[in-house]
Structures are given as C-alpha cells and as structure tokens.
Write a new protein. Structure first.
Length: 488
C-alpha cells in the first residue's frame, strides 16, 4: 500500500512529475465498490473476482479505530486460523500505515485513514487479500490498493510480484507496457523506472489480482506510472497470454480463482463457537424501573463471544453497533448476538466518516451494511450509529434509520484500561443512560463483569437502546443522544 505522499517522492526523482502532496479540499473519494459480497465467487466492481469470507472456518476480523473525529482512522485485518504468518504480516502492514498516518497526516484536517479489505481467494492451498485505502483530495480516484498472498503449503506470505515467474519478468513487463500504452495519462519513462530492477518491481507491482475468467488485472496507484490526474492505472492481461509467465504459485492462484476447491487446506485448529444461554425474556418497563443501555461499537471482534457470555450471566441485554464488513467476516457471532436477544444496529460498512461521503455513498454504505447484518442474523437493523458520531445534513437525509448517539462515553478506545473503563461507566451511569463501549478491545470486555455486577446491585436493568427509548419506533428524523433527554 503506497500512500500518495510517498509516491510523490519517488516520482519526483524521475524528474517527470512533481505532484504536490497537499490536500486540495474535502472532495469525497469515489466509492468504486458497490457490489455486495455474495456467498460465491463474485465480481468486484472493477472486474476483480472476490470470494466470500464465510468460506474460511473460524475467521475473525480484527478491527481497531481511533474515535477522535479530528484524526479519524480505522484499520482491519483478517485472523485466519492456521495462517499465523499471514495474519502477522497483514497486521504489521496495517499498523505500519496507521503509524505513518498518525505521524504525518493527523494535523491535516481533511485526512482520514480507512483500510478496507476483501478476499481474492481462500481455497485449496492459497489465500489472497486485497486492501483498499481510501483517501481524500486530488483529482484522482481517491484510493490506493495492494494485494498480499499466502501459500498454505509453505506457510509463506508473498507479495503480488510473486505471482510472476522471475525469469519471465522481462516479458511480463513488456506485455504490461503494451497494455498500459493505450491508457490516458500513462508515462512510459516512469513505467520503465518502476520495472527497472527486482526491488522496484516488488514495490510497484503490488496489486495483482485475477478476474473470474483468469485474466490478470494489474493496478498501479496514482502517480506511479502515470500523471496524477489519471488516478490509478490498470491493465488487464488475458488468461491465456499471462499463464506461461506466471510462477508455480501464480498458476495455483489463477486455478483457485477460476475453479475454486470447496475447502481451504490449513493445518490450524478451529475453535468451535460456545453455545450461549439465551438472555432473559423478561422485558423491562423503563418507565417503572431503572434502565441503562450498554452499547458496543465497531465489532464483532475476537472478544465479542466472551462479552456475550458475561451479558448472559447477568441476563443483560445490550446493543451492538456492528460494522458491515465485520458482519460479513464473522456472521456466526452476529447471529449468536441476535439470538441472545441483543439489539443489532448499523455502524456503517467499514467505519468511514460518513460526513465525508456523497449522499449516494452514504445511502449505499448503510444499505450494504443493513444487508450484511440481515444475511448474518436474519434481522435488519432499525437504528444507526454513525462512526465518530459524525453527522451532517446529508447523513441525516440519507440515513434509513434513526441516528442513535450516546450519553456516556467511556473513552475505552483511548485508555485501553479495564479499571478505568469500569470507573467511567459506573460514575456516569444514571437511569436512561446510553453508555458507549467498543467490544473490539479486550480491556473493555474485561471491564464488563464489574460494570454488570455493580449496576445490578444498584437496581439497574440492562436493556437495548430501543427498549430504553420506550420500545416503540423511533422517528427516523430524530437524532437521539440519550434516553434521559430525548429532545437533545
Ligand atoms: Ni465506531
């Protein structure tokens, strides 16, 4: 994943393009991904085949985000059981990007870091992931992409360039140059330099993926082999042409994309999901008893099942504002959450700041998330919590459900300290409160038993947001900050 700032430095060396790295205003990035994932090989909007993550037993998605709106970031990586090296490599990559972002771009008001990924293959002996980083500003198509591959036979993580046989690289580059020559904005000199040696090729040939027919799609980020306004440049090499130039691994990937095996061969152990007792069926009337709504955002995460067990022990209901992408990766956890009687709300597809999207993008993002949650759990959300609590007139107009905020922010994402999270929740709890937590943090989940024990002893009932707000339908146009003062 090459950030436009870094690319600029490299391109400037060629002396051809010296695009500035300034942010040219809060132009929302164009969302090229409209196709929802389906339970089979699917076409990506740009022709690249993706597969449903439900093919991977025991898959978890690890998501982390900084919820400070002045510096919004959200990262995610898959945890594939039995592919620890792959998980570790993806984690290093996304955490490295976050470190760059926090170090360089945080004081620039228009920047947002959002890393989204899809599986390109997850069958037989290969796994492939394609990351998209959205960014703002400039006239290009506002995204940077990269692919990473894993060979389950050797346990090795491979860069995109490993799909090509080293001895055929010259021929491959020549074919690629011919295909790119027809593209507007192509810069042959920059291309020659990017293909000059192994190190450079490994760096710039970093997004190779196949279509469902086996054609190879090679994508270059903005400014790498073309002038900046052209955005990403993409070449498609036909399956038959490219096949002789692929490495053994590349051919295995091509085979799995075109004709995937029914299973992924991994040595890892898959932990079965624990069966949870159902939450109490007794409904609480918040006009007569003290109610509090615990809300958990950004999941499901690796500790969500533990949290469900804590809640079940206290017959507590809660509300989970789920990220659509996570629901696709961990449908079983979302289903268990719904079956245990908890409410599931929509927390956007990949935790982007919705105020930076166009009206159509807001609508598509939330609709796609509703659909992912419905597919996983059978229940369609009726409430939305916008990432970062960020709303504007466009978000209000295009959100299909009421926007639900919170009255108590435990700042659990910031402090990652169970004792501190517990204190924050207990000191601010009062009847009708909506308390904000993030179940992606193990420290938060560790705080919950004490929160439940103490508030139970004080006579509180733990209810869903909808129950806290009276159980009826919340008007769509209302933004709810808390059950205490719904007029806010
Ligand atoms: Ni969030």
């Amino acid at each position: 994943m090459k950030h436009p700032c870094k690319i600029t430095t490299v391109v400037a060396i060629t002396g051809l393009v010296t695009a500035a790295c300034a942010v040219s205003g809060p132009t929302p990035a164009r969302d090229g991904r409209r196709t929802p994932p389906v339970h089979a090989a699917a076409h990506h909007a740009d022709g690249i085949a993706t597969v449903s993550p439900t093919w991977i037993d025991g898959l978890r998605v690890i998501r982390d985000s900084g919820n400070d709106r002045s510096c919004p970031w959200s990262i995610a990586y898959p945890q594939v059981p039995g592919a620890d090296a792959f998980t570790a490599a993806l984690r290093r990559m996304v955490e490295g990007r976050r470190a760059d972002f926090l170090g360089q771009a945080c004081d620039q008001p228009a920047w947002e870091l959002n890393l989204d990924f899809a599986f390109l293959a997850a069958s037989g002996d290969v796994i492939g992931v394609r990351y998209t980083e959205w960014w703002l500003g400039g006239a290009g198509d506002g995204r940077s992409t990269t692919t990473r591959w894993y060979d389950t036979e050797t346990g090795k993580v491979l860069p995109a360039s490993a799909l090509v046989e080293p001895g055929s690289m010259g021929k491959f580059a020549a074919g690629l140059g011919t295909a790119l020559a027809r593209k507007q904005g192509f810069d042959p000199q920059a291309f020659r330099e990017a293909m000059a040696d192994d190190a450079s090729r490994a760096r710039y040939l970093d997004d190779l993926a196949f279509t469902a027919r086996g054609d190879l799609v090679v994508t270059f980020d903005e400014s790498v082999v073309g002038v900046a306004p052209a955005g990403q440049l993409r070449a498609v090499l036909p399956a038959a042409t490219v096949r002789p130039l692929l490495s053994d691994f590349g051919r295995r990937v091509q085979r799995q994309v075109v004709e995937p095996e029914r299973r992924l061969r991994l040595n890892g152990t898959v932990s079965p999901s624990p069966t949870l007792p159902p939450a109490s069926e007794e409904s609480s009337d918040c006009r007569r008893v003290k109610c509090v709504a615990l809300t958990f955002d950004d999941g499901p995460g690796p500790s969500t099942e533990v949290l469900l067990a804590h809640l079940a022990r206290y017959h507590a209901r809660a509300t989970f504002f789920v990220v659509g992408q996570n629901a696709v990766m961990s449908p079983d956890v979302v289903r268990q959450t719904a079956e245990a009687g908890h409410e599931i709300g929509n927390h956007s597809w990949s935790h982007r700041d919705l105020t930076r999207l166009t009206a159509d993008q807001v609508h598509d993002d939330l609709r796609r998330t509703d659909e992912a949650i419905r597919k996983a759990s059978g229940v369609t959300p009726t409430i939305v919590r916008p990432p970062y609590g960020a709303v504007n007139a466009v978000v209000r107009a295009r959100t299909p459900h009421p926007l639900v905020m919170w009255s108590v922010d435990t700042l659990d994402w910031k402090y990652r300290d169970a004792a501190r999270v517990t204190r924050a929740a207990l000191s601010a709890a009062k009847p009708g409160a909506i308390i904000l937590f993030h179940d992606i943090h193990p420290t938060t989940v560790a705080a919950i038993p004490r929160v439940l024990r103490t508030l139970s002893a004080r006579g509180y009932h733990f209810v869903t947001v909808t129950q806290a707000l009276g159980g009826g339908e919340i008007p769509r146009t209302r933004t709810v900050f808390s059950g205490v003062s719904p007029a806010l």
